[in-house]
Design a protein around this ligand. Sequence first.
Ligand code: 13P
Length: 287
Amino acid sequence: MYTTLKDVTKQAEELNFTVGAFNTHNLEMLPDMLRAAKEMGAPIIIQTSIDTARYIGFKVLVNVMKAIADEEMVDAVLHLDHARDFDDIKEAIDSGFTSVMYDGSHLPFKENILKTKAVVKYAHARGVSVEGELGTIGGTEEGIHVAEDDKVYTRPEDAVEFVRETGIDALAIAIGTNHGQFKSKTEVNIPLLKEINAVVDVPLVIHGGTGVREEDYAELIDNGIRKFNVGTELLVNWTKTAKETFGETEVNKSLRHNIIPANDAVKNIIKHKIGLFMNVKNPISVE
Ligand code: 13P
């Protein structure tokens, strides 16, 4: 079913797992992303930047998502990632996205509250979920670079006030992760996550999932992470595979021969990630 962020994070809260939120960059990889979730029996969030949504077409993306979610009988959310402009958010909501992120983390605290609240008002009136952000995640997002020294961790007391005043459905927190970190792994601040989770009652979101060690997933999930963003790892592996296939191809060979292996690479990573995101402590051996 084509559904909302609020719905899938509620399922995740009840069963103590996290929902994978995977960035797509084109329509080609989309069906296999949803099929990966179907094969794992899990819900999935597909997210895009504004530029990708515009490249594909907001309404085209919505219609394709709805069609695949119905066809594959998978709970799927279409989420707009890191939007800073009301007009972009409005376009996504009016086109049928079921979730949006308003990222006011670069703004003074009170301005972030007021602008996020305005988005919540518009979105909730239309049944759409909203993710907000507090603190700064390192790396590059929407072309804007955040240097290591400029990173600001989320303060638990701010998180309480922010959630209460805005009415958001999920909160992205800064606990040491960086966007686009695919050559190394980061040190996540678990004690800070625990402090935030103890005082905030909305689902928490981790950004920059590519740079998070898989050994840390269970502890993140056990401490309230209900949406887990992974983008760069998929992009890098789709591109690497496509470079190989396109590099070797005859120019008149059907494109699918070059694209299917790249889509398969993405599908396999998503299945692997979801397997870990389901947070099964003692899997029953099938041997
Ligand atoms: P990565 O690309 O680093 O996995 O981060 C994805 C993300 O957080 C999107 O907002």
